[in-house]
Design a protein around this ligand. Structure first.
Ligand SMILES: [Zn+2]
Length: 289
């Protein structure tokens, strides 16, 4: 087997602060938006000359379509950030289809990628996604310590390359995490970029990049917003307030540093859609029908 090219995919889940699962949606002032973080992220991508994948909520499609017009890989993140595992399989399918249609209307092109809100995904729902015509998903994360994340059984899929599962031409991209003894640490999330002390994040990331050839980052607009924290619903626990706002001021710089570290370790930048195309084009046609 030839050596795998080291590939990094940066991705943004385009949602607003009030979509976060730890706030009661009805208690948030939705007139306050932190979607300016999308523009800031696009500015960083342009300055650094790196691409990104995006997963957009259906109900925000109209607000961000113009911004994302030139972006090569825009997928769906559900209609309003309801967790798929809290919906019936049929409700989930309706949500995923409605989101896709809205995005396709607004963007004027095909939408075939999906990421579940809170990585809330299981095999039944993944199979439905494929039936609906989606051709890739990025909702698998191996981090049992988080109460909201689903578990995704990949039996029947082949490992196309580490972290990427394949069944026919449908791909599942796993979110990066690092095994340390019996524990697993996510090294992929904007939250960890903000909340972990930078020397620790850097240590975990470097360790990951030395042993792996595929890396995924996911980040959110509120993490890059330059606006002040919105008034959080009364009764929001202190720990949640800290989790929401800590480190936001440092994220842009950390993202630039992360990109530099990835480059230093020989990683090149791509999107999920491009990685999929590249993988399929390397395979014999009969194996992907
Ligand atoms: Zn989300």
């Amino acid at each position: 087997m030839t050596a795998l090219r080291k590939t990094a995919v940066l991705s943004m889940d385009v949602e607003d602060w009030y979509h976060l699962d730890y706030f009661g949606r009805g208690q948030c002032n939705e007139n306050i938006s932190m979607l300016d973080g999308v523009e800031r992220y696009l500015g960083i991508l342009a300055q650094e000359h790196v691409p990104s994948s995006f997963f957009v909520l259906g109900e925000l499609a109209g607000r961000v379509a113009r911004l994302l017009n030139g972006q090569p890989d825009v997928g769906a993140h559900g209609w309003s950030h309801r967790r798929p595992l809290t919906m019936s399989v049929d409700e989930f399918a309706q949500d995923a289809l409605r989101t896709r249609r809205e995005l396709e209307d607004r963007l004027g092109r095909e939408v075939v990628g999906y990421r579940a809100p809170c990585f809330s995904m299981d095999r039944k729902r993944l199979d439905r996604l494929q039936e609906l015509g989606y051709n890739y998903d990025s909702s698998r994360i191996d981090f049992a310590g988080h109460p909201l994340y689903g578990t995704l059984d990949m039996s029947g899929f082949d490992v196309a390359r580490p972290w990427i599962y394949q069944r026919q031409s449908f791909l599942e991209f796993e979110i990066s995490s690092l095994a340390c003894g019996r524990r697993r640490f996510p090294v992929a999330g904007g939250g960890y970029l903000r909340l972990l002390p930078w020397p620790l994040m850097r240590f975990l990331l470097t360790r990951y990049l030395r042993q792996e050839t595929f890396y995924v980052l996911y980040i959110h607009p509120f993490e890059l917003s330059t606006r002040p924290d919105p008034p959080l619903p009364t009764g929001t626990p202190r720990a949640t307030r800290v989790r929401f706002s800590r480190g936001r001021h440092a994220v842009a710089q950390r993202l630039r540093t992360l990109i530099a570290i990835l480059r230093k370790h020989g990683f090149t930048f791509s999107t999920f859609a491009s990685v999929r195309q590249e993988l399929l084009s390397q395979q014999a046609p009969e194996s992907v029908i």
